[in-house]
Structure formats: structure tokens, C-alpha cells
Design a protein around this ligand. Structure first.
Ligand code: V55
Ligand code: FE
Length: 495
């Protein structure tokens, strides 16, 4: 085991943790609401072995899942690596075998043509399985209670593309999961495949189409009647990769496209709308009122990832890279290629990691929450009330605190929109991490309670909540066998 490079100045709290752990009865300041009965999940990157090649992109570090299990005011914490086929190979070797972000030519020859996925981006329960997601590869199924890795999950053999978005949407009315994969016919191909998945986890409808150009298609919007694919010119050019550049480069010369497909439709039904050059990564929500289709997302005037600058060697403008929550509306009843309306919903600068009360996904809604990535300081987040047009914020006292993606939990199944709690993890210092629990409608009053952990947990990415009842429900398997045996094609050593 060689040593890790020292984190760059200002990135000390992001240094790898590398451990798995169980911490029963987490310390609590204040009272944990007894209504919280279920598990708060988060996944993110935590590199297990020192990098094989210098890699400035944090997106290729190994996925680790954290689970906070809430039961009548008590909380247990566990943290396990996702046992991807990739990390199993590296654990056998005792060193990194895979190279840079989506750069297979930088891998050790012994792992050529193997699954490079790190399952580090999003985590959610569907049909009794906890799915850890990375957009370049199939989901990895885990046991939602023990966090044991069950194996690659291809929806009973019905997943036809190589990848699967890290941002599938769960339809709160039908229980379907709606998803897609890009680069679907291989390395840097413009092909996209769209999937509708039944509550039982079987792909019931798929549509293949080609995007205007190959690019990082990170998230999308789903409404009751349509699917919306935003295409931003964070492009990939194989010639540039051959010349030693990153997989993705920000292209200021290209337009933005919005592809709109009716749910259940076919490729001939897909319409493309166009807008000037700009960038967004995550979608807060989408909905349609008849033929008027709206998608809400934090939009920035320039590319936002400093590690994916333009291929021409110019840099990203950090001020222009600040997003603002914006609503784009297109009219499916008109032949027009332009957007029908562009409206700034909140001036809150640097908006990112937008979330809703997910019972209102795909519908008209009122409340949202998001972080501010406004420069290096990450101790603040915001609640937007779209009816009142207000943005309320809360900031941790210590400006070094790194707040992570908020996650809404309803008070009960039939509570009103935003009536419930907002959970988020916070990396506070080298010896302290927290989970903050807010009343979701009054975050400005500060947290109702805080879980405190006596160590640094590095900041991770996306979060989800599952009620205890959803976790307890066994998976209905379209092929008849229990998930754990039928998918455990690559089940290696359990951490
Ligand atoms: C993003 C994150 C990724 C990735 C590609 O937020 C894009 C954007 C955590 O991994 O692989
Ligand atoms: Fe994401």
C-alpha cells in the first residue's frame, strides 16, 4: 500500500476515509422526531487505493454508502463500500488497477473490457433492492438493511444498454421507475435509450434515439405525460481523449437542446427545442399543464466543473458557473423550436443539489430545497416557496462546514406538501460530522435536532429516504428467484 497524495489546500475535509463502520445509538442533541421511522441513505466517492494516474476528477472514486436507521428516536449508523466488480479486482491486487475518469486506456491491461463502474452517485430503494448508481454502468443491488452487495442488477436481463442514469425518477402515482442511459451503443456514441420500469422491476417500454451530440447527460425531467432530456454541451471528443485531454470538455460554441418525448411514446414522437449555450447538471422537478411542459433546474451561464474545462485550454469562469433556479417551458402544441418561456424562480446564487417533497415529483409543486455552491464556502442552504416567491436560508456557524444534499421526509403518508422534516449530513471538522434535522417549512429557525458523530465523514453526494415499511417489503422478482441468489454473479468478499 503506497500513500495517498496530500489533498490540495482547502480540500482537507475531502481526504479519503477508506473505512467501513457500524456505530449504534448515535449521539443526539435535541430530540429526534419519533415520526422518523426508516433509513436515510447517502452515497459518494471514497477512493480505496491511491490513484494509478493523477486524476483531478472526483467522480471516479469508489462508491461508499452511508445509512442512518431511525427507530423511535434512536439512530444507528453504518457505512459500507459498494462491492463493485471493479473494487473487488483492486482489493485482490491491493492497488488501483483503473485509471482516469472514463479513460479506459489509462487502466492496467489486466482489467481491459471489464465493468469500470464505481456506483458512487446516487442510491435509492426500488422493489426491495437498494440500488447504487453510476451512469456509465448497470445499477449495483445491495441489501437495504445490511448494505451487503448482491451484485450487478440488470432488471432480470431486460437492461439493453451499457449504462443507467444515476437520476432515475420514481413515479409517486404508479410506482414505476423512469430512466435512461447515454453512450448507449458504446464509447462516446450519441445513442440514448429510454426505459420505463414496472414497480416489480421489469423494463416494460424502451425507446432508442440519437442526441444532437455526445455529452454528459446527467439528469432529466419526467412529468405525468412527458419525459424531458436536457442536452448541455459538456461534450466528449475521442480525438481530444487520444491527445491526453479529459473525457468531457466544455464547449461554448454549441447550443442547448431539450428533447421532449411522450411517456409510452416512440422515437418518431420526440421533439427537439433549442436554447443558447448554458449549463445545468441537476433537475429539481418537471410537470406539464396540457401541452405546456416545464422543467425546473439551476442554470449557469458557463460550465461548472473546473476539472472539465474547454478542450481549447481556457478555464471555467467561477462567477458565471453559479446556477440560479430557472423554469424552462416549451409548448408541444406549436411547431416552434424555441422555448415558450424562461423564468428565474429564485436569485439564490450557486444553487445546486435541488430537491423536492418527492410525492410531488412530476406534478405542479410549491416547495424546494437546495444547497449553495457559491464559491468555496458550502455552509448554507435554502428553501424556496414558489407560491410566495420567497427564498429562506440557513447557514452553519462555522464557515468550514460542508453541507450536503438535503432530503425531505414527510411527517406521514397523507401530510401536506413540505409538512415534514429535512435531513442533511454536514462534515464539520477533522473530528466531527453531523446529521441536521429541520422542520422542512421553517429551516431559517435552525435544526430541531442534530446527530453528532465523533469523526470526519468525508462529504458525499446524493441522498434518499425509505420508510421502514418500504425496506421490509420483499422484492417481487420478475424471474421468480430471490434477488440475492439470482443476481449474485459477482459476489466477492464481503467487507
Ligand atoms: C456528475 C457526477 C458524477 C458523474 C458525472 O454531477 C456527472 C455530475 C458522481 O459522478 O460521473
Ligand atoms: Fe447527480
Amino acid at each position: 500500500m503506497s500513500v495517498f497524495p496530500k489533498p490540495p489546500p482547502g480540500r482537507e475535509l475531502h481526504a479519503p476515509n477508506r473505512f467501513e463502520m457500524l456505530l449504534e445509538d448515535v449521539e443526539v442533541e435535541g430530540d429526534v422526531p419519533v415520526e422518523l421511522n426508516g433509513t436515510f441513505y447517502q452515497v459518494g466517492p471514497d477512493r480505496k487505493y491511491p490513484p494509478r494516474v493523477p486524476d483531478p476528477v472526483p467522480f471516479s472514486d469508489d462508491g461508499v454508502v452511508q445509512a442512518f436507521r431511525f427507530d423511535r428516536g434512536r439512530v444507528d449508523f453504518s457505512r459500507r463500500y459498494v462491492q463493485t466488480p471493479r473494487i473487488k479486482r483492486e482489493r485482490e491486487a491491493g492497488e488501483a488497477l483503473y485509471g482516469g475518469y472514463r479513460l479506459p486506456h489509462t487502466d492496467h491491461p489486466s482489467v481491459a473490457d471489464t465493468n469500470r463502474g464505481v456506483a458512487n452517485t446516487n442510491v435509492l430503494v426500488h422493489n426491495g433492492r437498494l440500488l447504487a448508481l453510476k451512469e456509465d454502468s448497470p445499477p449495483i443491488a445491495m441489501d437495504p438493511v445490511t448494505l451487503d452487495t448482491l451484485g450487478e442488477w440488470d432488471f432480470g436481463g431486460s437492461l439493453s444498454g451499457p449504462g443507467f442514469t444515476a437520476h432515475p425518477k420514481k413515479d409517486p402515482e404508479t410506482g414505476q421507475m423512469i430512466a435512461f442511459g447515454f453512450g448507449a451503443k458504446g464509447f462516446m456514441t450519441k445513442d440514448v435509450v429510454y426505459y420505463e420500469i414496472s414497480p416489480e422491476g421489469k423494463i416494460t417500454h424502451e425507446v432508442w434515439f440519437t442526441a444532437p451530440y455526445y455529452s454528459e447527460m446527467h439528469d432529466f425531467g419526467v412529468t405525468r405525460d412527458y419525459v424531458v432530456f436536457p442536452i448541455f454541451p459538456l461534450i466528449g471528443d475521442p480525438e481530444q481523449v487520444k491527445a491526453g485531454k479529459q473525457h468531457f470538455g466544455w464547449d461554448r460554441s454549441e447550443q442547448v437542446y431539450l428533447g421532449v418525448l411522450p411517456r409510452g411514446g416512440s422515437a418518431e414522437d420526440l421533439r427537439w427545442f433549442k436554447a443558447p449555450n448554458q449549463f445545468a447538471s441537476h433537475v429539481m422537478n418537471a410537470f406539464n399543464v396540457g401541452p405546456l411542459v416545464s422543467i425546473d433546474l439551476p442554470v449557469a451561464a458557463d460550465g461548472v466543473f473546473p476539472w472539465f474545462p474547454p478542450y481549447d485550454g481556457s478555464g471555467i469562469d467561477p462567477v458565471a458557473a453559479r446556477g440560479r433556479l430557472t423554469r424552462w417551458t416549451v409548448d408541444m402544441s406549436k411547431k416552434d423550436e424555441d422555448f415558450a418561456e424562461v423564468k428565474i424562480l429564485s436569485d439564490y446564487p450557486g444553487a445546486e443539489f435541488p430537491r423536492t417533497d418527492d410525492r410531488l415529483q412530476m406534478s405542479e409543486y410549491r416547495h424546494g430545497w437546495m444547497l449553495s455552491l457559491d464559491g468555496p464556502v458550502r455552509n448554507e442552504f435554502a428553501h424556496v416557496d414558489l407560491h410566495k416567491g420567497t427564498t429562506t436560508t440557513w447557514a452553519a456557524d462555522d464557515p468550514r462546514t460542508i453541507l450536503q444534499e438535503p432530503c425531505f421526509v414527510p411527517l406521514s403518508g397523507n401530510s401536506a406538501e413540505a409538512e415534514g422534516f429535512l435531513l442533511q449530513t454536514a462534515t464539520v471538522s477533522d473530528g466531527r460530522s453531523e446529521v441536521l434535522i429541520f422542520d422542512a417549512r421553517t429551516i431559517g429557525d435552525g435544526p430541531l435536532a442534530r446527530l453528532t458523530l465523533p469523526l470526519r465523514l468525508k462529504p458525499l453526494y446524493h441522498t434518499s429516504w425509505s420508510d421502514a415499511e418500504e425496506i421490509a417489503r420483499p422484492s417481487a422478482d420478475p424471474l421468480g428467484g430471490p434477488a440475492a441468489t439470482e443476481t449474485a454473479t459477482d459476489a466477492g468478499p464481503k467487507g
